[in-house]
Design a binder for this molecule. Sequence first.
Ligand code: HEC
Ligand code: HEC
Ligand code: HEC
Ligand code: HEC
Ligand code: HEC
Length: 246
Amino acid sequence: MTDPSRRTVGPLIHATVAATRAVGPPRDTTMAQIFPRYTNTLSRASAVALALLVGAGLWLWARIQRSPYTSDVRIAKTQPVQFSHDHHVSGLGIDCRYCHTAVEVSASAGMPPTATCMNCHQQIWNKAPMLEPVRESFRTGQPIHWARVHDLPDFAYFNHSIHIQRGVGCSSCHGAVERMPLMWQSAPLTMGWCLDCHRDPTPHLRPKEEVFAVDWVPPANQHERGRELARMNGVETAQNCSTCHR
Ligand code: HEC
Ligand code: HEC
Ligand code: HEC
Ligand code: HEC
Ligand code: HEC
């Protein structure tokens, strides 16, 4: 029960293994009299070569299944306004919580209302054509419709506040947001990816005050520190199906 690509590859792998067994070492001794001895070695070698070729094919296919082309990873969406996390987070040093205000207290991180943008853009760049959709939204009261970048299927439950409270930082799941001129998804968001961390989250646990730090790198003693943070914050391994499928 891992990811979909692995499940479909499963039966094919079994079939390959069975086929290689069926070809197997030649048993018929009369064959050995008609053909010179070395054909045995030859047929065995070609069976091995075939198995290798099939194996390589399967591997390649599985790679394509999990590649950015099929899982939306690293693909920036077109947005109604070319909002840049690079400029606003790296350049201006604005904290995530200034715009994603709900992230510590609710399941959803939340999107900033237009008023948040206008705190600055009433004064700064207030004539720029690029920002016209923002001003229009402010005038009319119609929210900006941002295209969703991360979107789990409805049958999977996710909750930001739990992760934040347990010391999992934004960059562990969203990557280097502060260097994205347009937002993209940096993790696959597959069930296998969730479970990889849930089995052992200790490499990713931080002290709470570093959860929003965009430049966090695990310190040399992360192994011990992660375990200690897990103990302190009561982190367990959440792997029951009902944790995420409620
Ligand atoms: C000045 C406001 C602002 C700040 C500060 C900000 N964001 Fe955003 N964020 C936005 C807006 C607007 C969007 C929607 C447009 C987009 O996707 O780029 C967004 C989108 C996102 C998304 C994608 C949402 C989706 O559709 O899946 C993520 C993830 C995100 N922000 C993470 C962060 C993190 C992490 C930080 C802090 C390092 C941060 N943001 C700081 C305004 C902000
Ligand atoms: C704390 C002040 C502040 C807030 C809040 C803010 N901006 Fe900005 N924004 C700026 C400044 C300053 C610049 C010019 C940055 C530069 O040129 O490096 C800018 C530039 C921009 C640009 C021009 C392109 C670029 O990135 O340089 C766009 C588009 C933009 N902001 C959209 C938004 C939107 C949408 C929001 C609300 C989600 C928002 N801003 C919130 C200060 C802010
Ligand atoms: C454990 C992984 C994880 C961490 C940590 C995390 N996110 Fe997310 N984030 C996700 C997933 C998964 C989604 C998609 C949720 C969905 O589709 O229901 C998401 C969606 C979002 C969105 C889109 C709106 C929403 O809530 O669905 C924003 C904005 C966002 N995250 C910002 C942040 C910020 C800011 C932080 C740090 C304070 C953060 N995230 C930490 C995994 C994470
Ligand atoms: C980088 C590590 C990491 C990733 C990735 C991650 N999680 Fe978690 N998750 C945690 C930690 C740590 C906890 C807290 C476990 C605890 O307190 O026992 C947690 C807790 C949860 C909980 C609450 C469990 C409870 O006890 O109620 C849910 C739901 C959850 N995660 C869903 C997800 C989903 C869905 C994904 C993938 C989209 C995901 N998580 C990805 C680290 C992670
Ligand atoms: C940590 C969170 C988490 C746990 C625990 C979890 N799942 Fe999932 N599961 C997900 C997410 C997220 C998806 C959606 C993945 C995607 O969109 O690629 C998913 C997808 C699925 C699917 C749809 C097919 C697929 O693979 O995409 C099935 C079936 C499923 N899960 C069954 C289970 C069963 C059975 C268990 C318990 C053994 C379980 N899940 C435990 C997060 C979880």
